[in-house]
Design a protein around this ligand. Structure first.
Ligand SMILES: [Zn+2]
Length: 108
């Protein structure tokens, strides 16, 4: 883990000596209100419709990029709907493009 430890309430980097804790102020409450970004992240879910055989490819790309998803029935029998939790659709799009490109290249 090379990522800088951050407070899970306010998102600010943890001060030196407090890196091992999840929240600011080990001896007291976090001084800051929760990040608006956190609320957005909970609310923003992108729907991605794919052919069923592409699922392993999309799952691998999404997982490697750190996205969480849920799987749902598609409109037709051989399609699926993935609901992907994301901060922004713009950030998610390159991941979907890469997965789709790989799927297109490996199409039977
Ligand atoms: Zn904090």
């Amino acid at each position: 883990m090379s990522e800088q430890p951050r407070c899970r309430l306010c998102g600010d980097p943890m001060p030196a000596g407090e890196e091992m804790f999840f929240y600011h102020g080990y001896s007291g409450p976090c001084p800051k209100p929760p990040l608006p970004r956190l609320a957005q992240k909970i609310g923003l879910v992108a729907g991605v419709a794919i052919d069923e055989w592409k699922l392993p490819i999309f799952v691998r790309h999404l997982t490697q990029a750190g996205y969480g998803y849920t799987k749902h029935s598609g409109v037709t029998a051989d399609t699926l709907l993935l609901k992907v939790e994301c901060d922004s659709v713009e950030a998610l799009e390159p991941v979907l493009r890469a997965a789709n490109a790989e799927a297109a290249a490996s199409k039977p």
